[in-house]
Design a protein around this ligand. Structure first.
Ligand code: SAM
Length: 289
């Protein structure tokens, strides 16, 4: 426990899939003026350097955000669905250099309107201090609460949000195999309190049984409580002998009707930009009862 530091993975292909989806979810939910409550159950440090520290050791951003920016700079057309996400990355950097990658707390904080609230959970003893420091620097810090407690057991306490308009990002590190079970329990409890909320779950695609089973487990939970889901995956390579993460997925409960079109536009371009070998591919499926 606590060996995971998101700085190693900041700006990776997995972050791109997750954050691209997240930006669209928030923008859709903000189409109505009513206050939106956003919960980020696994926040990390908030924002990361790409030029020193952990990111330079793992070099995961090389296959992610740096590759996507090079693709753009080479003159390849970037659809609006991707550019809207890139706007949040570019806003934290100068035009000349990509030094910094905003994690979900910073992307979400930049999206807040005055009436919105952001709730961040982080359990890592070092990450929580960095997160608090980073959030304190923001103008909208008063709209943000940071909790140093286990989000799986505490999420339900924030639901339903006062305005009954809410988005929950669940992005565990899956460092502990039990996270898959905790995630299911947290989702079940959350849906009992707030079945109309939008829930966005990120997961790694690994040879682990629990990871392969996650989408089907979620579909079963959906069948009991809600009417719609969307499932997207991005694979950048298929090199079974390599240990690095080559694919990840997002499972969205109660997705906005616009999300499928948005990802259908973005994912072919992302796959082309980030694909390393012929195994690069995406999946996009949705269901509405
Ligand atoms: N959501 C972040 C982003 O997109 O920038 C990345 C988060 S990272 C994948 C997962 C984080 O969850 C780690 O920083 C880890 O310390 C934290 N964490 C692990 N278990 C937790 C728990 N039960 N409650 C809250 N935070 C937890």
């Amino acid at each position: 426990m606590f060996s995971y530091r998101h700085a190693f993975h900041a700006g990776s292909h997995a972050d791109i899939l997750k954050h691209l989806t997240l930006v669209h979810l928030v923008e859709y939910l903000q189409e109505k003026p009513v206050a939106l409550t956003i919960v980020d159950t696994h926040a990390g440090a908030g924002i990361y350097s790409l030029q020193d520290g952990f990111a330079t050791v793992s070099k995961e951003a090389e296959g992610g955000i740096f590759r996507l920016m090079k693709f753009k700079e080479a003159g390849n057309p970037i659809p609006e669905s991707i550019q809207k996400y890139l706007d949040y990355i570019e806003a934290e950097n100068t035009a000349e250099e990509l030094n910094t990658y905003p994690g979900s707390p910073f992307i979400l904080a930049r999206l807040l309107r005055p009436q919105d609230r952001l709730k961040l959970f982080e359990l890592h003893p070092k990450e929580i201090d960095i997160l608090r420091h980073n959030i304190d620097e923001l103008e909208c810090a008063k709209q943000i609460d940071v909790y140093a407690v286990d989000s799986f057991s505490r999420l339900k306490g924030l639901l339903p949000p006062p305005s009954r308009r809410g988005l929950v990002l669940i992005d565990p590190s899956y460092e502990d195999k039990q996270d898959y079970r905790y995630l299911e329990e947290a989702i079940e409890e959350a849906l009992q309190r707030f079945a109309t909320g939008c829930y966005a779950i990120w997961y790694p695609i690994l040879s682990r049984r629990e990871s392969a089973a996650l989408p089907d487990r979620m579909k079963k939970i959906c069948a009991l409580h809600i009417r719609s889901w969307l499932h997207a995956e991005l694979r950048v390579e298929n090199a079974p002998r390599e240990r690095r993460l080559q694919a990840s997925g997002m499972f969205i409960l109660n997705p906005p009707w616009t999300l499928e079109k948005h990802l259908a536009e973005a994912l072919p371009v992302i796959t082309k930009a980030l694909g390393i070998d012929g195994g690069a591919q995406f999946l996009l499926k949705s269901f509405e009862a």
